[in-house]
Design a protein around this ligand. Structure first.
Ligand code: AMP
Ligand code: MN
Ligand code: MN
Ligand code: MN
Length: 277
């Protein structure tokens, strides 16, 4: 059986390894079909593709787009995209704009909470100046001893109601799905079990997504708990969505699940890659 992993990050967004090193890391863990899905950015695609092919993997061009839906941040993965598509690239650039100013506001809030120089601190971890992420602040807070690990950072800082949380308006659901489909890609709701929606709101999200041409949801992801795999498998089938699978890997030792440890999709779903090969 092919080992397919369709969600992970490089230093082009908030991962720590360069695209080629993520490819090598995935291959060592037995991955056969691999997508790089950096946040709001496709700049790593060429290097990732070259490394994947060199390693003997099939490569899938991808992206993970930040959107705001019902006042919550939601992530939409695009797979099999043409990364050169002009409208997609313009949309991603617009989505990235504002990250730097947001970073400065995050740092101002952290300074009020007694943590000085967090902007410069986080910047030292940033691989792509266009893409300053909360993850970079989290690494700074761990490495300077403010927190023991990344999850603890997000419990104490950077999330709603905590110091360093700066509300941000990302792309719309319609824009993200439109950019992905316009670039010939397949739109996938990333880690649906991670959002804090009621069942009703989640159903509205799935309905709207489907109406816009969205085709799949992630079922097995490092961002789900194991009890959420069958739950979202059933929801994929109920809504007629294909199912996707990916670690959401960011860094060795940092991510909840590494490439080798993620279980396969449940047998009762249709994989998003069912007609790719
Ligand atoms: P941003 O796009 O700058 O808001 O950063 C979002 C990123 O922060 C996500 O893609 C994750 O990598 C990371 N993140 C968010 N919440 C958590 C959490 N609770 N634990 C670990 N990482 C998180
Ligand atoms: Mn991330
Ligand atoms: Mn995500
Ligand atoms: Mn991700």
């Amino acid at each position: 059986m092919l080992k397919v992993d369709l969600h992970c990050h490089s230093s082009v967004s908030d991962g720590v390894l360069a695209p080629a090193d993520v490819a090598a890391h995935a291959r060592r863990a037995g991955v056969d079909v691999w997508a790089l899905t950096d946040h709001d950015e496709v700049g790593g695609t060429a290097a990732a593709r070259a490394a994947a092919l060199e390693q003997g993997m099939r490569f899938v061009a991808g992206v993970e787009i930040s959107i705001t839906w019902a006042n919550e941040t939601v992530h939409i993965v695009g797979l099999q995209i043409d990364e050169h598509d002009a409208a997609l690239k313009a949309g991603l650039a617009a989505t990235r704009a504002g990250r730097d100013a947001r970073g400065r506001e995050i740092a101002a809030q952290l300074a009020q909470a007694g943590i000085a120089d967090a902007y410069e601190g986080a910047l030292a971890y940033v691989g792509n100046p266009d893409l300053m992420s909360r993850t970079h602040f989290a690494r700074f807070l761990v490495d300077t001893g403010r927190c023991a690990n990344i999850p603890e950072v997000f419990r104490k800082y950077l999330s709603e109601g905590k110091p360093g949380y700066v509300p941000h308006r990302w792309a719309s659901l319609a824009d993200a799905v439109g950019w992905i489909r316009g670039a010939g890609g397949i739109a996938v709701i990333a880690h649906p079990g991670r959002y804090r929606f009621s069942d009703t709101a989640q159903g509205v999200l799935f309905d709207e997504f489907k109406q816009l041409g969205g085709a799949a949801i992630e079922v097995v992801t490092g961002s789900h708990t194991p009890d959420q795999y069958p739950e979202y498998a059933a929801l994929a089938n109920a809504y007629g969505f294909l199912a996707s699978r990916g670690t959401d890997f960011h860094a060795p030792g940092e991510s909840r699940v590494d490439f080798a440890a993620l279980p396969p999709l449940p047998a009762n779903v249709t994989p998003v890659w069912h007609d790719w090969f």
